[in-house]
Design a protein around this ligand. Structure first.
Ligand SMILES: [Mn+2]
Length: 315
């Protein structure tokens, strides 16, 4: 039996690295954690789309193979990592068997027909939770997997600046860095974010979709993208194109599409938005703008500072 470990659509570093790490751990556990098959499962890491430049950099840095692409869930046994929303998962999820979930987002809308192993915790990254699973099962983390998990923690917590960061994330990152032989934590973090920030030669559409998620909020489809930038100069000339792309996404049948342009040095985000009802979005953030771009001081986390506020008004 093969178990496919899969992260969310538009895979980011946490989602790809968590899938690789969980597949490694699951394969090592064999029958110890598998009640169906005494021979033990063969777990395979998957992803729903191509690697982002940041994730490519991370995997190459630690010499880890990229996961295979999986977009179809029917007939497969799955462990979901870094998501539990149907809209962010593989096609035909209803015809798949979900055998596990490891996540750090709000509980989504997936359901299962059999008992399932779930670990969802409100920490800064899925890889922080995966580290605790290796420890719980007393399994050693391979050096290169520790390296990519370390990068995933830095990526998701924006080098510990995001409001989602917990003390556990910091402690785990230090432990992973030690296993991976990373000397300077902040230095590798900045190197990674410079790769993430590079927008040259990338189309506005790709930038909008790079870290983009759809949410079902009380029957309304809301899209939220985020671009984390080391400096804003890089996008100064393409704001109009970015706006045009989120408008197109909205026209595909969404109620609203938001794009957070996050300045990781200034620790805030500029919000671009298009909506059937702009006053809702403006009400949530207490600001409006004719240019549809507003600065939100201190807002860096989609899952903690944006999604919950929108859920409230749409519920
Ligand atoms: Mn994550």
């Amino acid at each position: 039996m093969t178990i496919y470990v899969i992260g969310h659509k538009n895979p980011d570093t946490d989602s790809v690295c968590a899938a690789i790490a969980v597949a490694d751990l699951k394969s090592k556990l064999g029958d110890a954690s598998n009640r169906h098959d005494p021979a033990g499962p063969n777990a395979v890491a998957c992803m729903q789309g191509e690697l982002s430049p940041e994730t490519k950099f991370v995997l190459e840095k630690f010499n880890v193979d990229k996961p295979e692409i999986l977009k179809e869930g029917a007939g497969k046994d799955l462990i979901l990592v870094d998501h539990s929303e149907i809209s962010q998962s593989v096609d035909n999820l209803g015809e798949a068997e979900i055998v596990g979930i490891v996540d750090h987002h709000k509980l989504g809308d997936v359901t299962t027909s059999s008992p399932v192993d779930i670990l969802i915790r409100s920490v800064g990254s899925t890889c922080t939770i995966v580290k605790s699973l290796y420890d719980y099962y007393k399994k050693k983390i391979p050096k290169k997997i520790a390296g990519i998990m370390f990068c995933a923690v830095l990526s998701d917590t924006v080098i510990f600046k995001s409001a989602t960061t917990t003390n556990e994330d910091k402690r785990v990152a230090k432990e992973l860095a030690k296993i991976a032989g990373v000397g300077n934590i902040k230095e590798l973090g900045m190197e990674m974010f410079r790769v993430k920030s590079a927008v040259e030669g990338v189309s506005a559409k790709e930038l909008v979709l790079r870290d983009y998620k759809d949410f079902d909020m009380n029957g309304k489809r809301i899209g939220i993208g985020q671009l984390e930038l080391v400096d804003f100069l890089a996008i100064e000339n393409i704001r109009g194109e970015l706006y045009e792309e989120i408008r197109k996404l909205k026209d595909e049948g969404r109620h609203s599409v938001l794009l957070l342009l996050t300045d990781i040095m200034k620790e805030g985000s500029e919000l671009l938005y298009v909506s059937d009802d702009s006053s809702i979005i403006e009400g949530v953030f207490g600001k409006s703008s004719k240019e549809k771009g507003v600065w939100l001081e201190g807002v860096m986390s989609r899952k903690k500072q944006v999604v919950p506020e929108l859920e409230k008004v749409f519920s």
